[in-house]
Design a protein around this ligand. Structure first.
Ligand code: ZN
Length: 88
């Protein structure tokens, strides 16, 4: 499954013990990325929404208000957030 296809997958299909989310700032020229912990969204009952809708809920220290979420292999690192973080 390609990265673009994942944007249409429900959030809950993109997280698990063997995978985690990485947020990449969408601002041109900004290369910042950070692991993203979706626990807050799942607790709100949003796990069935497609991954792409969460792009608008991210912020970056560069002032960016959008980040693409991608799926990486392996468990979520202990330190999530950072330069690109969940805004709401
Ligand atoms: Zn940025």
């Amino acid at each position: 499954m390609g990265k673009s296809d994942m944007q249409h997958e429900p959030l809950l299909a993109c997280v698990g013990l063997d995978r985690h989310l990485v947020a990449r700032c969408a601002t041109p020229g900004c290369e910042r990325t950070a692991p993203c912990d979706p626990t807050h969204w799942v607790a709100q009952g949003l796990g069935g929404l497609p991954l792409r809708v969460f792009s608008e809920r991210m912020r970056c220290v560069c002032g960016g208000r959008r980040a693409q979420l991608t799926v990486a292999s392996g468990p979520l690192p202990n330190q999530s957030g950072g330069d690109v973080y969940v805004f709401r």
